[in-house]
Design a protein around this ligand. Structure first.
Ligand code: FNR
Length: 375
């Protein structure tokens, strides 16, 4: 672990340790991948003001995100199939998040079910909802999340159609591998051994719960057919009523949409383009954050994801109007590379990077970071 100093080191190790089709599944964007690339690159266009002559002995990175306390302004984004990147992946990330003190969001398309994660961690977490055509199933998911005490409901709005990732098609991505993928898996013995041992092997939130989905092959057909192009704001009202508490809308990338949601009384939104996996050609989320913050920042709490890789990125997002960030790939790399210790190391790295950035920018508290700190 000593030579690992940053998220990029983890990405390289992850690439070596996890079967190619699962690495490609995470490390790709839709179509030309222009938005995927832009997300990270645009953070570099935001410069941070260097300040001196300020006592920075005591730096406090603590904050809250959507009402949850966070030791640093970071939550783990909902990411499908974490349990295939590393055996029992969702449970490992949830445990690391609990021990460190940041929120964890479980994807609808997780391998471990929400009940299994709750049982293993004993802690409430946030659940991410995909609104599929089968609304009875959606209602059931909401009520299951309520029953186990989930403390937040994140509703993803930018998947009313699927953006294609060429690599997944070419790799014939499946958790039932073809011969070519089997040969590649044979070169990853550590991954294969762990996967052979784990009891968590299927999509726990869906299989056995959704209508006519009893095994993996029926799930794959279901997943494609269930994407619902009709999702609109009335559905959001309905979900809010079923849930009975505040919801967090994920995938807002436009001032007009942000205003509609704010007028409905939504408290929290995630400025996100799904990590460049949906609308190829969309702007980076960091480049749109300032205008969305100007439009609704006084009424709505904003979170941001897509492209966050460093503590300096967290600082930039905070300065431009987000109360915190979600980490997608930056979490997948660590999990795939090293499992739970990888996630623990990631949180340590980000905390240190953030503290250093804050200190050298002359800020000792999250509350004092403003748009005047970047240009
Ligand atoms: C995702 N994302 C995602 N979002 C969601 O709402 N539900 C999901 O199941 C998934 N699944 C998923 C799988 C993988 C492999 C990735 C990389 C991403 C999107 C995710 O929550 C987040 O918006 C992006 O990952 C943020 O971008 P970065 O941090 O990966 O650059």
């Amino acid at each position: 672990m000593t030579t690992i100093t940053c998220v990029e080191d983890f990405r390289q190790l992850y690439k070596k340790r996890v079967p190619k089709m699962f690495y490609d599944y995470a490390e790709s964007g839709s179509y030309t991948e222009s938005t995927f690339r832009r997300n990270e690159a645009d953070f570099q266009n935001v410069s941070i003001r260097q300040r001196v002559g300020i006592d920075i002995t005591n730096i406090d990175t603590r904050t809250t995100m959507a009402g949850a306390s966070a030791r640093i302004p970071v939550a783990f984004a909902p990411v499908g199939m974490l349990g295939i990147q590393n055996a029992a992946g969702e449970i490992k990330v949830a445990k690391a998040a609990r021990d460190f003190g940041v929120p964890f969001i479980l994807s609808t398309m997780s391998i471990c079910s929400m009940e299994q994660v709750k049982e293993a961690t004993g802690e409430p977490f946030w659940f991410q909802l995909y609104v599929v055509k089968d609304r009875d199933f959606v209602r059931d998911l909401i009520h299951r999340a309520k029953a186990i005490g989930c403390s937040g409901l994140v509703v993803t709005m930018d998947l009313s159609m699927l953006g294609q990732r060429h690599k997944d098609v070419k790799n014939q991505l499946s958790i039932r591998p073809n011969l070519k993928n089997m040969l590649n898996i044979a070169t990853k013995p550590r991954w294969a051994m762990e996967m052979a041992k784990t009891p968590y092997k299927s999509f726990g939130n869906v299989i056995g719960h959704a209508k006519n989905v009893d095994d993996l092959s029926s799930l794959l057909t279901w997943a494609v057919e269930m994407v619902d192009p009709s999702l609109d704001w009335d559905d959001i009202e309905w979900i809010r009523k079923e849930w009975g508490g505040p919801i967090i809308l994920k995938g807002i990338m436009d001032v007009e949409d942000a205003r509609i949601a704010a007028d409905m009384g939504i408290d929290t939104m995630v400025v996100s383009n799904h990590g460049g996996r949906q609308l190829d050609g969309a702007a980076s989320s960091i480049s749109l954050l300032p205008q969305i913050a100007d439009a609704v920042g006084e009424r709505v709490e904003l979170l941001l994801d897509s492209g966050v890789r460093t503590g300096a990125d967290i600082f930039r997002a905070r300065a431009l109007g987000a109360s915190g960030v979600l980490l997608g790939r930056a979490m997948v790399y660590e999990l795939g590379a090293m499992g739970q210790p990888g996630i623990e190391k990631l949180l340590e790295i980000l905390e240190k990077e953030l503290r250093t950035t804050m200190g050298l920018a002359g800020k000792t508290s999250m509350a004092w970071i403003t748009k005047d700190d970047v240009f």
